[in-house]
Design a protein around this ligand. Structure first.
Ligand code: ADP
Length: 499
């Protein structure tokens, strides 16, 4: 109760006392020694005390001991930095925001403090009056907004989408860094830039940019329209966009948000898949037509009792069906890789024998000259038919991408833990810009595949098989000189058992 201070003073009237009693603001009066001589109920409530008696007679130093008081920057306040202490020295202190905490009572309050001095007739400071206002809610809202902003900022930077926020008159108010990456534009500062300014790259707007900007201008003004679409942008990327208006609670237009996603690789993959399906259908139909043709010839010949050429036609039928089977097997492997069901069934086997068999098979159908160096003295523990598949793929590529009759060298090396097999040809070699991607699915060399059939699946599957064994598949190549593909796998049972 603000009794004592006002009774002692000449304006200590009852109505003033009542007024201070009902004020929402907390009031604390200190004498010139810093001791609290009066305080109202509001302040007691504000800083979580039971009654004014708990405050009366406390000095500034004791107040500091009772509460942890920090400023807006979180720094601890000492007794002589308190607004009241300053007011005792004749300084007016206004709107200082302090935080009162007390871990014992759980107090956590933000308070706005104003302090001023009361002088006697000789001009000497006799009291300091502190006025406290609770600003916890306001402060909490500020913190919430700050947090939301930080969160949005972090989200904006973490997302793979480019984000753009634009006002109704096309002023850009927010962009994230992904946006500049997608569009290859440098955004130093927004400073009142419009959408057009932002996308006006190199002084030329490509057709799609123009379409986009026209759309941005039309849609941008609408309070309701949502839109989505695809842009082919100047840097060769394919970008999809989605836009929505953002309205305030009063339904006023705050901004329009644009989200962009770089879909270039998805589109490319989709195009490759389509091309691949086209090729596969073609490759399946051709041998089937041929097989049917040969089968009819064979049937006619049997009908006529002319069996002399039947044997060669049947061999061609077998060759063609092998081709189809190989392709269908590759497709099956791909689907197993996709579904994660490509399993390796490992056993101990003789790698040398396997390589020799494969080479013998090829010798029968090609004019290439095969040389084998080194051998696998120890049996290896791996999936026999999958390792055969890799070797067949590497040898058939060596044949495919080399002149007819050229030399193919196969080298086998074994040390304590690993076995490596390399297949070296003296063929066309692989161009630098193809090298990086030939292990990817559906990717074929752009320059060395003109007259060779293929789907760009073999190396992809081979790499998966080798990796599945805990090994690696390497490539070395020089255009015009030839290529060497080498796979290295651990060969001991305990080493690659987990696969
Ligand atoms: P495909 O041979 O059906 O195209 P692969 O996945 O087996 O598919 O090979 C991918 C690409 O790697 C080939 O298209 C070719 O450009 C390149 N390539 C593979 N092996 C060789 C090789 N021995 N010599 C030159 N280029 C090769």
């Amino acid at each position: 109760m603000l009794g004592n201070f006002f009774k002692r003073d000449k304006w200590g009237k009852r109505n003033i006392e009542k007024l201070f009693h009902f004020l929402n603001e907390g009031i604390v009066v200190q004498d010139k020694s810093g001791k609290i001589v009066d305080a109202n109920e509001a302040v007691v409530k504000l800083i979580g005390l039971k009654n004014t008696q708990e405050l009366i007679k406390l000095t500034s130093r004791e107040v500091i001991k009772k509460f942890k008081i920090t400023n807006e920057q979180g720094r601890l306040i000492s007794w002589n930095q308190l607004p009241g202490t300053k007011a005792i020295k004749g300084k007016r202190v206004s709107a200082v925001v302090l935080r009162f905490t007390n871990s014992k009572t759980g107090l956590n309050r933000w308070v706005d403090v104003n302090a001023s001095s009361v002088y006697n007739s000789f001009g000497k400071v006799v009291y300091a009056i502190n006025i406290f206002r609770d600003v916890t809610d306001k402060k909490q809202k500020e913190q919430d907004t700050l947090f939301t902003n930080q969160l949005l900022q972090a989200q904006g930077e973490a997302t793979t989408q480019g984000i753009l926020a634009v006002t109704q008159n096309q002023k850009v108010i927010y962009v994230n860094s992904r946006l500049s990456q997608i569009f290859d534009i440098t955004i130093n500062h927004l400073g009142g830039k419009t959408v057009k300014d932002l996308f006006y790259v190199g002084h030329i707007l490509t057709l799609d940019y123009q379409k986009f900007i026209v759309k941005a201008l039309i849609v941008g003004k609408s309070k309701t329209r949502k839109a989505k679409g695809t842009l082919n942008i100047k840097n060769g990327k394919i970008v999809t966009y989605y836009t929505v208006p953002v309205l305030g609670v009063d339904k006023s237009f705050l901004a329009r948000l644009w989200f962009f996603e770089d879909k270039t690789s998805e589109f490319k993959l989709e195009r490759q898949r389509e091309a691949f399906i086209g090729m596969v259908t073609h490759e399946l139909r051709n041998p089937l037509t041929t097989v049917r043709g040969y089968a009819e010839v064979v049937k006619n010949q049997i009908d006529k009792g002319q069996l002399s050429k039947v044997d060669s036609y049947l061999s061609r039928i077998i060759q063609q069906t092998d081709k189809v089977t190989e392709l269908v097997n590759d497709l099956l492997d791909l689907s197993q890789i996709r579904t994660g069901t490509l399993k390796l069934t490992k056993e101990d086997f003789d790698l040398d024998k396997l390589i020799n068999n494969v080479v013998e098979d090829y010798k029968r159908i090609t004019t290439n000259k095969f040389h084998k160096a080194g051998s696998a003295k120890k049996t290896i523990y791996a999936d026999r038919s999958r390792i055969r598949q890799v070797i067949v793929n590497l040898i058939s590529n060596a044949i495919k991408y080399s002149p007819a009759g050229s030399h193919i060298n196969i080298a086998v090396k074994q040390n304590k833990d690993t076995t490596s097999v390399s297949v070296k040809d003296v063929g066309f070699g692989i161009f630098e810009d193809d090298k990086q991607r030939i292990f990817e699915l559906y990717v074929r060399g752009k320059k060395n595949t003109k007259n060779t059939p293929g789907f760009g699946i073999g190396l992809f599957i081979s790499q998966i098989i080798v990796k599945g064994h805990g090994g690696k598949l390497l490539m070395e190549s020089k255009v015009g000189k030839g290529s060497t593909f080498t796979f290295i796998i651990p060969h001991n049972k305990n080493q690659n058992r987990k696969d």
